[in-house]
Design a protein around this ligand. Structure first.
Ligand code: GDP
Length: 315
């Protein structure tokens, strides 16, 4: 555990997160000051992204995994990206009581992360919240996401290790797992490998292991395929060991740091887009010009290209 001067208790951490999530201008500025202050105390955790379709067992898994880590003397933060959006219609994660036992632990911090907001909304707030948790001395930060919208892609781009939870029964298409997600995975974990599903889980494991083998990736890490039972707390320790192994190899080869630096560069670009967007919206004359030009584009009296150009020139 890293000692840190910031956020000595969960309440003050929660308050800082609320500040970071606020949309008020003065709060934004205050939040930026806090973030700059804590920056030297960030980066010391392992950041793990976990995704999977509803019902795969994410909260059961994270609870078992988190409790295991706490037993090892770790402090664990769980940021659940809540995909409540106009498209998804209401909150998916927030309705039920999740991870009850974990949330009772003093060394656990669980927080839903709102996914609302414009461009890069999820990544933005969750990323900053992750930094706050690190400054508060959490050594493992888990970012959970339900595959709705773009959230998994964004989460994959802010973590060190990306874990996809799967069901024992079927291929990825049948599970509604989006194309490309498996390519982002550092590990596939087939959950519910217990009771009658045990055999099926092992078959799935074989199937995915073969698939990854065929990909013949030359990178330093071939994605692992494992099985577990979150309900029976089986193989949870082996999954943590695997993540530690990944961290060791990645750190020794310099890839760990390199990946984080590249993620920072990506984030900078995202922020820039967001700021430009904000500027465009805040400026009254640009807003009215945009409106007018949009009309012209709709009517076909102006091309999208020249309309966009006029707006950018005005900016
Ligand atoms: P989430 O929607 O992905 O967060 O999934 P939950 O953690 O809420 O789990 C969905 C259901 O699957 C619940 O009824 C769990 O009890 C059950 N479940 C989760 N993990 C396991 C497991 O390892 N084995 C079995 N048999 N059931 C599980």
């Amino acid at each position: 555990m890293t000692p840190t001067p910031f956020f000595s208790d969960r309440r003050s951490l929660a308050k800082a997160i609320t500040l970071v999530e606020s949309k008020r201008d003065d709060h934004r500025q205050e939040a930026q000051q806090v973030l700059e202050q804590i920056l030297p105390y960030t980066g010391n955790s392992i950041r793990i992204g976990i995704t999977g379709i509803p019902g795969v067992g994410k909260s059961t898994f994270i609870e078992a995994f988190g409790l295991h880590l706490i037993k090892q003397g770790k402090k664990v933060a769980v940021l659940a990206v809540d995909p409540s959006s106009p498209v998804a219609g209401g909150s998916i994660l927030g309705d039920k009581t999740r991870m009850e036992e974990l949330s009772r632990q003093e060394n656990a911090f669980i927080r839903p992360s709102p996914s609302e907001g414009s461009l890069g909304g999820v990544a933005h707030k969750t990323r900053e919240t992750m930094l706050l948790c690190e400054a508060a001395g959490y050594d493992v930060v888990i970012v959970e996401t339900v595959g709705v919208g773009q959230s998994e892609y964004e989460v994959a781009s802010m973590v060190d290790f990306f874990l996809v939870l799967m069901l024992p029964n079927a291929g990825d298409e049948l599970q509604g797992i989006k194309k490309g997600i498996l390519e982002l995975a550092d590990a596939l974990v087939i959950n519910k490998a217990d009771g009658e599903s045990l055999n099926l889980a092992q078959q799935s494991q074989q199937h995915y292991q073969n698939a990854f083998h065929l990909l013949q990736d030359n990178s330093f890490w071939t994605p692992r395929v494992m099985t577990c039972s979150a309900l029976e707390h089986k193989n949870i320790d082996a999954i943590w060991e695997m993540i530690l192994e990944y961290k060791k190899i990645a750190q020794e080869s310099g890839i760990f740091e390199q990946q984080r630096r590249e993620q920072n560069a990506q984030w900078m670009k995202k922020l820039l887009h967001e700021m430009i967007d904000l500027r465009l919206n805040q400026n009254e004359s640009i807003r009215s010009l945009s409106k007018k030009l949009e009309q012209e584009v709709v009517q076909g009296t102006c091309t999208p290209y020249s309309a966009a150009k006029k707006i950018i020139e005005k900016l």
